[in-house]
Design a protein. Structure first.
Lengths: 111, 113
């Protein structure tokens, strides 16, 4: 089982560029989440989804967009990248609202 | 508002000694409490959770946590620390009616041989 996969592992963007962080899970989980992790801080929820076609904002959604067209995939779109979006991004999935399974993360730097 | 506090940025323990990583929370309603571990350059891994029932919860790798409602705490413990337990530990909480987990800032656990 691959579990939760994320691509790319690393990326450097220039200010104003856009990109999509990919996340896929092969466990048929309904719930999926995007977090960002800043140094010395806990995880902050960006967006989440409770099933295909259903998404909702988390704590820090500004500057990001998501879609969930299939159960497996939950891409995160960054439009007009800013230095404040430099962070490590984690995708997670869950069969219920409880235990979450995390991907390995994407380290993004915006210069 | 929900919140989680991990009062120690870092905990240092000698191998073989017992360890405790502290977590306190504030939430209205029934709390769902979790501990996760993060090894360097890896995603978070689930350790254990408290939903209801016995206040002492046992989890992976010999870890356990005790739910204390009166002190609103959920401290992580292990009777005998291993060097391989060195990692970043996160406590998280959510209300029973809410999807979103609120995360603590993390505690770096260092086990010295």
């Amino acid at each position: 089982n691959a579990g939760v996969t994320q691509t790319p592992k690393f990326r450097i963007l220039k200010i104003g560029q856009s990109m999509t962080l990919q996340c896929a899970q092969d466990m048929n989980h309904n719930y999926m989440y995007w977090y960002r992790q800043d140094p010395g801080m806990g995880l902050k929820l960006i967006y989440y989804s409770v099933g295909a076609g259903i998404t909702d904002k988390g704590e820090v959604p500004n500057g990001y967009n998501v879609s969930r067209s299939t159960t497996e995939d939950f891409p995160l779109r960054l439009e007009l990248a800013a230095p404040s979006q430099t962070s490590v991004y984690f995708c997670a999935s869950s069969p219920t609202q409880d235990t979450q399974y995390f991907g390995p993360g994407t380290r993004l730097t915006v210069l | 508002a929900q919140s989680v506090a991990q009062p120690e940025d870092q905990v240092n323990v000698a191998e073989g000694n017992p360890l405790t990583v502290k977590c306190t929370y504030s939430v209205s309603g029934n709390p769902y409490l979790f501990w996760y571990v993060q090894y360097p350059n890896r995603g978070l891994q689930f350790l254990l959770k408290y939903i209801t029932g016995d206040n002492l919860v046992k989890g992976s790798y010999g870890f356990e946590a005790e739910f204390n409602k009166s002190q609103t705490s959920f401290h992580l413990k292990k009777p005998s620390a291993l060097v391989s337990d060195s990692a970043l530990y996160f406590c998280a909480v959510r209300r029973d009616s809410n999807y979103q987990l609120i995360w603590g800032a993390g505690t770096k656990l260092i086990i010295k041989p």
